[in-house]
Design a protein around this ligand. Structure first.
Ligand code: ZN
Length: 308
């Protein structure tokens, strides 16, 4: 069993409209946009990152918005819900705020004795807020959302699977421990994790496989401290038979990817070097940052990318 993984690092999803996506996460949810860059493989579309003040690992929701996408068809083999942590007592505030913004899918429920507020994103993707007592993480509070209610990073992701055995085995190999089962959902946790260290597996043999599109989570990334630990994880995964990519430099972290047997793309990302690598912490996410190999496209991209 591995011990290098701390929990989630980031969650990356697909969207249609960059402006709408940016407004949803910054104005409605009060996250900080910590990077405005482009997709490495498709520099004609944005890669937008939203998180806490510095884009700490375990807080960062990222998107590839592209106007030509069809909406996804929900099903198995996908991330069904991404859940953020909020301070105890904050859900009433969020229910009212999200309602005032006309947010779809607002509903309160309990799971594993935790109160949570479900809601939908602009592309129909499913989110929840869960109240967590004594969360030491801080939120981004420079906008309209005050510190006592601000989002404190991820709480968990929920993976919807045809069957959960292989994914449960994989998570266990990665360092997660089974906590308990309630109905169709089994919870896994990393001991002494980074606050974003829960994964729920929901078994739905009655569902068809999901079709990826706008609103789909493209991949989930797990956090390791540094490149040395990432190489240890890569070697262990490869030895266990997983097809893992070489280490790829993503400018703000190093990444390796592999497809989990349940169908979901997993990434292992380093906490180094971080989002202040190429801009001052006070100005994160404001300027358009381009990977070096795409810098020659800047003039055209500044005209073609939607203004946000
Ligand atoms: Zn990623």
């Amino acid at each position: 069993m591995l011990t290098q993984i701390n929990g989630l690092h980031h969650v990356t999803s697909l969207a249609r409209d960059a402006k709408q996506n940016n407004a949803f996460f910054t104005e409605r949810l009060g996250l900080r946009r910590v990077k405005k860059t482009v997709n490495f493989d498709r520099p004609d579309i944005y890669h937008l990152y939203y998180g806490d003040t510095t884009g700490s690992p375990g807080t960062v929701m990222t998107y590839f918005p592209s106007a030509e996408r069809e909406r996804r068809k929900p099903g198995t083999g996908e991330v069904a819900q991404t859940t953020f942590s909020v301070p105890a007592g904050a859900i009433g505030y969020w229910r009212q705020r999200l309602s005032e913004f006309g947010t779809d899918g607002l509903k309160e429920e309990f799971l594993f004795d935790e109160k949570r507020l479900l809601f939908c994103g602009p592309d129909g993707e499913c989110f929840a807020l869960v109240e967590v007592e004594n969360n030491p993480r801080l939120g981004w509070t420079a906008q309209q959302v005050s510190a006592d209610v601000a989002l404190r990073g991820f709480h968990s992701v929920s993976l919807r699977l045809n069957e959960d055995r292989v994914t449960a085995e994989l998570l266990t190999f990665m360092g997660y421990q089974k906590v308990k089962t309630e109905g169709r959902v089994t919870r896994f946790s990393i001991p002494d994790g980074n606050g974003a260290h829960l994964v729920d597996l929901e078994t739905r043999p009655d569902f068809e496989p999901a079709v990826q599109g706008a609103g789909s989570v493209h991949h989930i990334a797990f956090s390791v401290d540094d490149r040395r630990k990432q190489l240890e994880v890569r070697e262990a995964l490869t030895d266990a038979g997983h097809q893992v990519t070489p280490v790829i430099d993503r400018d703000y972290f190093w990444a390796i990817y592999f497809r989990s047997a349940g169908g979901i793309l997993f990434e292992i990302a380093t906490n180094e070097p971080g989002f202040d690598r190429d801009e001052d912490i006070t100005q994160l996410g404001e300027a358009l940052k381009l990977p070096t190999q795409h810098e020659h496209l800047r003039a055209g991209l500044e005209l073609s990318l939607p203004e946000i």
